[in-house]
Design a protein around this ligand. Sequence first.
Ligand code: HEC
Ligand code: HEC
Length: 328
Amino acid sequence: MSTRNEQTQGHGRKGRDPLLLNKIAGGILSAGLVFWVATHISMFFTNHEAPKKPVIAIAGAGAAKTAAGGVPSIDGLIAKADVKKGMSFVQQQCSACHTLTKGGANGVGPNLYGVIGAPMFAKAGYAFSAAAKKKAKGNWTYQKLNEWLVDPQTYVPGTHMSYTGIKNDAVRADAIAYLRTLSPSPVPLPKPGPGGAKPSPAAASGSGAPSIKALYAKAVIAKGQSFFQQQCSACHTVTKGGANGVGPNLYGVASAPMFAKSGFAFSGAVKKIAKGNWTPHALNEWLYAPMKDAPGTHMAYPGIKNDQVRADVIAYLNSQSASPAKLP
Ligand code: HEC
Ligand code: HEC
């Protein structure tokens, strides 16, 4: 604050009434600064919450290809979801665009009564986007809804549903379990088969990231680099000897001891999961969903959900080292 006032005093000296102008200019300047900082901070966080199109575009063809099947099943969570919580969530987040009652009108989005088990993107009387129609194949299943609702824009690039998605697995399960009840004969709940989600995210170790071993062969280090610059460099330097910032310097991290960079104060949460050195597998788990891999981590970043982009970024991190490891 004091430096800002000194600056405004400097400008004020030129005015006819320095004292008055000082106050006005100071007031406007501080208000402007506070506003600027506030909007930029909020933009910063929203950007991370919902990576915008360019990020997807960097992924190129990979984005569309890995969209399906890249989302871990939450069948286990749906089977024991809280329908009431799902109802209040859907009423808050979805009902601006969707009616839920039998025979309800289509609005910004189609009426959702009986959607589970119904043909995808085919509600009578509703004009779906070409993007959605292209993706439509058979009926809505639990897994398809799971993939759609976690990130509609990734599942159907170009969809008209402008909603960032429900990132929390348990909340998504609650919402889907509620949608299931909107039917005279709800389809049977999924069985939490062996591939189902782990019952308790806190108890599970790892973030449930799909394996990306096959994708390293196609990884493009330059793409990883530009993604890193957009999404990571606000908190991390990656050059040799670079300073620690909000996060630790990442030079050589791909094979370094986990969460042990000297001079950086790691959270208790990550120290608990630190075990040996970073491997591509451990980086894959971490970067898919840091806050799930180590609940309570200070890395406030939702993770890289696109498998190929994750592979690109890991390949890039691996290259930032005196002796890059051989990737799988
Ligand atoms: C800002 C408006 C908006 C919000 C909010 C929204 N949707 Fe949608 N939704 C749409 C639109 C528009 C479509 C049609 C997509 C297209 O044509 O690309 C759609 C399509 C759907 C479909 C496919 C329906 C069918 O008949 O195949 C489902 C399921 C769905 N939304 C569920 C939800 C749920 C659950 C939520 C809340 C978590 C939600 N939507 C929030 C606008 C919205
Ligand atoms: C908002 C700031 C922020 C962003 C954005 C961010 N990180 Fe981090 N990162 C951190 C913090 C803080 C830690 C330390 C975690 C802790 O102590 O809980 C960390 C830790 C790490 C580690 C472990 C480092 C070590 O020495 O073991 C890696 C690897 C990493 N981040 C990679 C990335 C990548 C790649 C991206 C972009 C895709 C990214 N981070 C985005 C803040 C951030």
